[in-house]
Unconditional design. Structure first.
Length: 156
């Protein structure tokens, strides 16, 4: 069964994420990040995409972008393919570089635009802070959060 096509339209804003296969690293060195950023810049220019924010983590990346030409899939195909070919050759790692198709969430309102921007910019800070914490200090600890997550969203 084939995947359903993405819904794309002119001037749409997306929060795009893409993760390494099996959550493996996709960026090993600064040279990898610089190469990705050059390929990203080339893609942004050639596809006329507007890039609002981005973050490159070790095993994934986030992009916040607008597609005036309704060409998100073409843009991401070029970006991911060009980087995967580079990374496979440079690091001599055969197989898939990325875990799956990229994920793209349509940004439909101003509140989500602000939340996505904040999330993208704070992602490295939160990750670094969590690494310095002991397990007991980390947010979302199951022993403390299980009750809160099971509650009815209506407040009952």
């Amino acid at each position: 069964m084939s995947r359903p096509p993405r819904i794309e339209f002119a001037d749409a804003v997306y929060h795009v994420t893409c993760r390494g296969n099996g959550r493996a690293k996709i960026f090993y060195h600064d040279a990898d990040r610089q190469r990705f950023l050059r390929q990203l810049a080339d893609g942004v220019d050639s596809a006329a995409v507007l890039l609002y924010a981005y973050v490159l983590m070790e095993n994934h990346f986030h992009l916040l972008l607008r597609t005036p030409r309704a060409n998100l899939s073409r843009f991401m195909l070029r970006l991911n393919t060009s980087y995967a070919l580079y990374a496979r050759y440079k690091h001599r790692k055969p197989g898939h570089q990325f875990e799956a198709r990229f994920k793209a969430k349509l940004v439909q309102d101003h509140n989500y635009l602000l939340a996505a921007t904040r999330y993208i910019h704070l992602n490295p800070i939160k990750t670094a802070a969590c690494r310095r914490m002991t397990k007991a200090q980390r947010p979302g600890r199951p022993e403390l959060g299980a009750t809160a997550r099971r509650r009815d969203p209506g407040g009952a």
